[in-house]
Ligand binder design. Structure first.
Ligand code: NI
Length: 144
């Protein structure tokens, strides 16, 4: 009998500043679109990131993946680049990206997916900006 397919989640955390501002538009129109988030001098969030992988547990370890290794990948690919940074100006992989939670989530997916071992798949990225606002992403093949 094949081992079951399981979903395993690791949490990470980072603090970062950003503003939502589209240079195509005037200051006034940006304020209309983004409200307080357009504040010229930035604002910050305590982001919680949940990374869920999918796979079958190893018969030898009982693990889908060694979470210590997943932790290191998330740290190297995401957290060190975003933690205590200004997402509009400090992060090469967000250059020219409007740093909404949606766009950050897609950028995080694109960094993590190629780093995972072959026996697991990235299933979901869930990024929580505030207790009221969060975005989930299931990858580029998600049907609409
Ligand atoms: Ni914000």
């Amino acid at each position: 009998m094949q081992t079951p397919v399981l979903f395993v989640t690791r949490r990470a955390h980072f603090n970062a500043a950003h503003k939502l501002f589209n240079p195509k538009y005037s200051k006034e129109h940006n304020e209309e679109l983004f409200g307080k988030c357009a504040n010229e001098n930035w604002h910050g969030h305590n982001f919680d990131l949940y990374v869920t992988i999918k796979g079958r547990p190893s018969e030898d370890t009982g693990f889908v993946m060694d979470l210590k290794k997943l932790k290191v990948i998330i740290e190297d690919e995401v957290v060190v680049h975003l933690d205590h940074k200004n997402l509009n100006v400090d992060v090469p992989f967000l250059k020219d990206v409007l740093p909404s939670v949606e766009n950050i989530v897609v950028a995080i997916w694109n960094r993590l997916a190629p780093r995972l071992p072959e026996h697991v798949k990235l299933h979901k990225i869930h990024l929580i900006e505030t207790i009221n606002n969060s975005v989930e992403y299931y990858g580029p093949d998600t049907p609409f």
